[in-house]
Design a protein around this ligand. Structure first.
Ligand code: WTA
Length: 651
C-alpha cells in the first residue's frame, strides 16, 4: 500500500496536546477512565449495558453471535427504532421538549416537540401503510433537508419498512441505480429543494429516474411551490399533504422488530463502479448511535445539538436522526447553504437557538477560515461547550482555528473517525477523559478494538504506517451489502480473516493515538464525500468522444481532495474547452455535482505498467507536481514526460 510519507512526517511533528478542563471533566457523562479497560476486558458486557439504555419490547437473550464475518447482536431482543426515538420521549417530562428545531434556507422555521413529532410520524406511518408499504419493503427517500425527511425515515422504521435515503445532490441516474438495486416500492420526494437561493428540481430528476423502475407510488412534498415546475403523474404521484390530511390521527402501533431486522440501507462508493447498499440492523445500530451520543458527544437534556451534515449521508442518519433523537435531545436541523444569505449563517443559527454542541466537517472549517474570523466574531457563540469534526483527517491549522475562533479556546474538540459501514464514531476522544492532539482522532472508543497492521496482519507498532483494522465485531457494524454478501466478505473481511478492513491507512504514535492517513483504495474523499474513481471513470467513458479515462484524487486546500481526470479521446476527436465542459457535465449528470472533475487533462496515452495496469500513483504525482518516483515498470516512459508538460499547460 502507499502511505504518504511526506504527510506522515508532518503529522509526527504535531506535539500540541489539550487536556479537558476540570470543569468539563466533572460534568461529563463519561469521566472515569477505567471504562476503557473494563470495556476491553469484557466488550459484550459493556455493550449489553449500553443496549439497556434503549427500550426493548422483549429483552435479548444473547449479546453476540459471531460467525465471521457475520455478527448478530442482542439476539432474541425486540424493539422499534422509531419508538425509541420518538414515542418513549413523547410521554413524561420530554413530551413538550423540542425534538427538532428546523430552520429553512429562506428564513422560515418550524419547531416539533416530541409529542408533535410523534403525531407526524404516526400519520406518515398510517399514510405509507395505506399505500401498501409493509414490514421489510424498501422505501427510497429523495428529499431536501426538511422535517418531512426525518419524519419519513421514522415512519418507515415504525412500520418496519427499510428506508434508503438518497442525497438530494445525486443525479437522476444515480437515483435510478439506487431505486433499482433496492427494488423500492415507494419513493418519497419533493417538488424541489432550496440551495443558495436556487431550486434543485428533485421531482423532475425523480421522474427521469422512475421510468425504468418498479416504484408503485411517489409521494411528493411541496416545498418550493410552482417555481419548481413539478408535474404530477395521475395514479402514481400523490402529494404528501393530501395523504397526511386524510391519514388517521390515531396512534400507530410500532412494529416489534427483531434486533437483527434491517433498519435501513445507505449507498456508498467503493472500488467498483457500482455503489454498495450498506445494510444496518435495528438493535445494534441504534445501540451504537445512542452510546456515542452519550460518550463522545456528552449529550445532556439541556443541550441544543447542531450537526451540519445532510441526512443523505451517514453522518446525518446517525447524528441528526437516530443518535440524538434516541437520546431525547433537541436537534437543530438546517436546510440550506452555509453562505446563504451571508457567510455567517451557521453562527447566526448557533446564536439564535443557543446551540451547545456543534458538529461539522474539516472542509467546512477550511472554508470558514478562508471567509475570515469576522463572521463568527459577529455572533454570540458563548453557549457552545463542545465541538466535533468528521469526514476526513483535520489538518492541525484548521483544528487550531476551530479551537480559537469557534470554541473560544474553551470547548473540547472531538475528531471522530468512522464510516458509513461502522454506523457510529469508532475512533474519537471521550471529551471528559482523553487529551486531544490537533489532527488525531485519538483512540478507539470503549468497546472497540483497533490496530494498525502490515500486509501480513502483524501490528506495525509506532514506527510505520499500515492498514487500519478493527479486530472485534461491534454492535453498529454493517451486516452485509444489500444483495451481495460476497462483496461484503471480500471487501471488508477478505484480506485478514475475521478482522474488519476499513480501507484507510493509519499510523500510531507513541501514546497509541491513531493518525489517519487517508484511503488506501480507489476512493476519493472530496469535501468529506466518498467518490469511487471507477464511478467517475465509467461516467467519462460513457461519453462518445472518450476512449479511456483514469481518475485520481489530488490534494486540495479546501476540499481535502479534488478530482483530476486523465482522458484519452477517440480517433479524430478534437480536444478543446467545449469538450472539457461537456465531459464535466456528463459526470454531473451521471453521478451528481459533487463528483464534477476539477480538471480534465487530455493525453494521447495513459501511463501503464507492462501488465497494462494504469499507474495511478504516477498520475497523482503528476497532478500534485511531485518529483516522480520509480517509473521503471512503465511500459512507455515517454508518456510521463508528455503528461507532465500537458498538466502544466492545463494549469
Ligand atoms: C474518512 C463518514 C480521518 C475515512 C462518517 C473513512 C476520516 C471515510 C474521518 C468514511 C476522520 C471519516 N479522520 N478520516 N475523523 N472521518 N474519514 O463512509 O477515509 O462517508 O474511511 O463516512 O471518511 O466516509 P463515509
Amino acid at each position: 500500500m502507499s502511505v504518504d510519507s511526506e504527510k506522515l512526517s508532518t503529522l509526527l511533528h504535531e506535539t500540541r496536546s489539550f487536556s479537558p478542563s476540570d470543569e468539563f471533566r466533572a460534568q461529563a457523562n463519561f469521566n472515569d477512565e477505567t471504562i476503557y479497560e473494563r470495556a476491553a476486558n469484557d466488550p459484550e458486557a459493556y455493550w449489553a449495558l449500553q443496549a439497556e439504555q434503549l427500550t426493548w419490547f422483549q429483552p435479548f437473550e444473547n449479546v453476540l453471535n459471531w460467525e465471521p464475518p457475520h455478527a448478530q447482536w442482542f439476539v432474541g431482543g425486540k424493539l422499534n427504532a422509531a419508538y425509541n426515538c420518538v414515542d418513549r420521549h413523547a410521554v413524561g417530562p420530554r413530551k413538550n421538549k423540542a425534538a427538532i428545531i428546523w430552520e429553512g434556507e429562506p428564513g422560515d422555521s418550524r419547531v416539533l416537540t416530541y409529542d408533535m413529532l410523534r403525531r407526524e410520524v404516526d400519520k406518515a406511518a398510517h399514510a405509507l401503510k395505506g399505500l401498501g408499504v409493509q414490514k421489510g419493503d424498501r422505501v427510497t427517500i429523495y428529499l431536501p433537508m426538511i422535517p418531512e425527511l426525518p419524519i419519513s425515515m421514522l415512519a418507515c422504521a415504525k412500520i418496519g419498512a427499510i428506508h434508503s435515503v438518497v442525497f438530494g445532490g445525486f443525479s437522476s441516474k444515480s437515483l435510478q441505480q439506487r431505486l433499482e438495486d433496492a427494488d423500492a416500492k415507494v419513493l418519497i420526494t419533493a417538488d424541489g429543494g432550496w440551495r443558495r437561493g436556487g431550486v434543485i428540481p428533485l421531482k423532475a430528476n425523480a421522474d427521469e429516474a422512475l421510468s425504468a423502475t418498479k416504484v408503485e407510488n411517489v409521494v411528493v412534498v411541496r416545498r418550493v411551490g410552482d417555481s419548481a415546475g413539478a408535474t404530477m403523474q395521475e395514479g402514481r404521484d400523490v402529494y404528501w399533504h393530501d395523504l397526511m390530511a386524510k391519514a388517521p390521527t390515531t396512534p400507530f402501533e410500532a412494529e416489534p422488530m427483531d434486533s437483527e431486522d434491517i433498519l435501513y440501507l445507505l449507498y456508498t462508493s467503493g472500488t467498483t463502479g457500482k455503489p454498495k447498499g450498506i445494510v444496518h440492523s435495528t438493535g445494534g445500530y441504534l445501540t451504537g448511535a445512542n452510546t456515542s451520543m452519550r460518550s463522545v458527544f456528552d449529550i445532556k437534556d439541556e443541550d441544543v445539538w447542531f450537526c451540519t451534515a445532510d441526512i443523505g449521508w451517514v453522518t446525518g442518519h446517525t447524528y441528526i436522526v437516530y443518535g440524538p433523537l434516541s437520546a431525547g435531545a433537541t436537534v437543530v436541523m438546517y436546510e440550506g447553504g452555509p453562505d446563504y444569505p451571508g457567510r455567517d449563517r451557521f453562527w447566526e443559527i448557533v446564536e439564535k437557538y443557543g446551540v451547545t454542541i456543534f458538529y461539522t466537517a474539516p472542509t467546512s472549517i477550511r472554508t470558514f477560515m478562508k471567509w475570515g474570523p469576522e463572521h463568527p466574531a459577529a455572533h454570540d457563540l458563548s453557549t457552545l461547550r463542545l465541538l466535533g469534526t468528521v469526514g476526513e483527517p483535520i489538518n492541525p491549522e484548521a483544528w487550531m482555528w476551530f479551537h480559537q475562533h469557534i470554541g473560544n479556546e474553551r470547548c473540547p474538540i472531538v475528531d471522530t473517525w468512522w464510516q458509513t459501514e461502522t454506523g457510529c464514531a469508532m475512533i474519537a476522544p471521550l471529551p471528559g477523559i482523553v487529551p486531544t492532539k490537533p489532527g488525531s482522532a485519538t483512540r478507539a472508543v470503549p468497546g472497540i478494538d483497533v490496530d494498525v497492521v502490515d500486509e501480513h496482519g502483524q501490528s506495525v507498532g509506532f514506527e510505520n504506517g499500515g492498514y487500519l483494522v478493527i479486530k472485534k465485531p461491534w454492535p453498529s457494524m454493517l451486516r452485509t451489502v444489500w444483495g451481495d454478501d460476497e462483496r461484503f466478505r471480500n471487501t471488508y473481511f477478505g484480506k485478514f480473516e475475521g478482522i474488519y478492513l476499513p480501507g484507510d491507512g493509519a499510523h500510531l504514535d507513541e501514546d497509541g493515538y491513531v493518525w489517519i492517513l487517508g484511503r488506501i483504495d480507489d476512493v476519493i474523499n472530496v469535501s468529506g464525500h466518498r467518490i469511487g474513481t471507477a464511478e467517475v471513470e465509467s461516467a467519462l467513458v460513457s461519453h462518445s468522444s472518450v476512449a479511456e479515462a483514469a481518475v485520481i484524487g489530488r490534494s486540495h486546500d479546501i476540499k481535502g481532495q479534488a478530482i483530476t481526470a486523465f482522458v484519452t479521446v477517440r480517433e479524430g476527436i478534437e480536444t478543446n474547452q467545449e469538450l472539457v465542459a461537456a465531459l464535466k457535465q456528463t459526470v454531473v449528470e451521471k453521478i451528481g455535482a459533487m463528483a464534477r472533475p476539477e480538471e480534465i487533462i487530455f493525453t494521447a496515452e495513459l501511463p501503464k505498467t507492462r501488465s497494462a495496469k494504469i499507474m495511478r500513483r504516477l498520475l497523482r504525482d503528476i497532478a500534485e507536481g511531485r518529483v516522480l518516483g520509480d517509473t521503471t515498470t512503465l511500459a512507455d516512459p515517454s508518456v510521463v514526460e508528455s503528461l507532465k508538460s500537458q498538466y502544466k499547460e492545463a494549469d
